[in-house]
Write a protein of this length. Structure first.
Length: 410
């Protein structure tokens, strides 16, 4: 099957295709498309004239390779596949965490300086302390996310799937169906939900259960479901524990912290800390958690009714992460700025997210006032689904659907 090119990520990696001194680590939530991206890179190498003999692809989850479990076996396998090849060898290893001690093997071949190495794998293992310690400065991580709204529409078009002419209707489909690339291939919503439910189960079995000891699976499910069902809402470990105890679930703070960290390691969720803009300090305690994909929420809930506020907030958060922004939530006195974004050049942008500001002057004021309190000259945005755009005090009112479809930066 012809692969959809995820150009937004390929253009970040292309400059490193021939870098033999740096291991390219492709990370992201399970089933977000890491393996397909790797295969697309292989296609591009062939297109630019690299001999197929110089490209070695090993999927350690497939038959024939599942018995490769230790460093010596992996080393021997790579040596056998590359011993008669001259020039740079392009080595691609999928699910490398299946091998104990893989770090030493990767570092050994990297040090020979004629291997360009790409790896993917389970986040809980691949980006563990061992890899960071043993390969410090010798690898670069490229984090992949599920499909953005722009990619979702482009991939549907690529595979000849129907697309609504109504942007709001298409956005609703995207929210309900999620952005897992494989789910695009299914023709009805129930199949897509079944797929998302099984992705969650697979993450638990492959990425979480192997990594940490979970003695009480029911307790883990309660915490996981609580976080997912309250995404984009301020919460702290203390109020999570208090809420669960009021519902009869006696779980310690240490256990809740452990389970949340497991969800973070598996990249099911991301945490966003709060920042006080007057004191210029991070605020301890309350954070917000955003989902790697909104289908995680809708796969767990039978109610299709959407609360567009948190949905759009989650979409903007993941979109900003995919553009490599650092993100926090801003507090300005009693007011809150949804997102403070910072790019690699230390430039800032401020973003408020709402479904609409057209209902009343009050709704307009609610979104503009926090930004008007910020007295620096960095760009400020109110992001909504409105097509009639308001101008106010130099703040940019944008239609977030069109903004994302055009792959614009804040």
């Amino acid at each position: 099957m012809k692969l959809f090119k995820r150009e937004n990520y390929l253009k970040k990696i292309r400059g490193f295709y021939d870098a033999t001194d740096i291991i390219k680590v492709i990370s992201g939530v399970h089933r977000c498309g890491k393996s397909s991206l790797m295969l697309t890179i292989i296609d591009e190498l062939v297109e630019k004239g690299i001999s197929k003999d110089n490209i070695i692809y090993i999927d350690l989850d497939k038959r024939g390779y599942r018995n490769i479990k230790d460093a010596e076996q992996l080393d021997a396998l790579i040596e056998d596949k590359t011993k008669n090849i001259r020039g740079v060898k392009y080595l691609f290893i999928d699910e490398v965490q299946n091998v104990n001690g893989f770090e030493e093997v990767l570092n050994g071949f990297r040090s020979e300086e004629d291997y360009s190495i790409f790896v993917t794998g389970s986040n809980s293992y691949l980006l563990s302390g061992e890899l960071v310690t043993k390969l410090t400065g010798r690898y670069i991580e490229f984090e992949i996310y599920t499909l953005s709204f722009e990619e979702y529409e482009a991939m549907k078009e690529f595979y000849h799937k129907p697309i609504s002419n109504n942007s709001l209707e298409e956005l609703s489909h995207y929210i309900l169906e999620g952005g897992f690339p494989r789910s695009i291939q299914f023709d009805n919503l129930s199949d897509r939900r079944t797929y998302s439910q099984n992705v969650i189960k697979e993450i638990f079995e492959k990425d979480i259960r192997r990594r940490i000891k979970i003695r009480d699976r029911d307790s883990f499910e309660i915490v996981k479901n609580f976080i997912i069902n309250n995404y984009a809402s301020p919460m702290s470990i203390n109020n999570i524990v208090d809420t669960l105890r009021k519902n009869g679930n006696l779980i310690s703070k240490a256990t809740v912290s452990k389970y949340i960290q497991a969800l973070l390691d598996a990249k099911i969720i991301y945490e966003c800390s709060r920042y006080d803009m007057k004191s210029k300090k991070s605020i301890k305690g309350e954070k917000k958690y955003y989902l790697a994909d909104l289908s995680f929420y809708y796969a767990l809930n039978t109610n299709n009714q959407m609360n567009y506020g948190p949905c759009l907030e989650n979409i903007v958060y993941i979109y900003a992460r995919s553009l490599d922004y650092s993100i926090s939530i801003g507090r300005i006195g009693k007011l809150e700025c949804d997102f403070i974004l910072r790019d690699y050049d230390m430039n800032y942008a401020y973003v408020q997210v709402a479904y609409t500001i057209m209902l009343s002057k009050e709704t307009e004021n609610r979104e503009f006032r926090p930004l008007e309190k910020i007295k620096d000259n960095y760009p400020k945005y109110v992001a909504t689904t409105d097509y009639l755009l308001q101008k106010r005090n130099g703040i940019k009112h944008i239609n977030i659907i069109e903004f994302m479809k055009n792959h614009e930066k804040f």
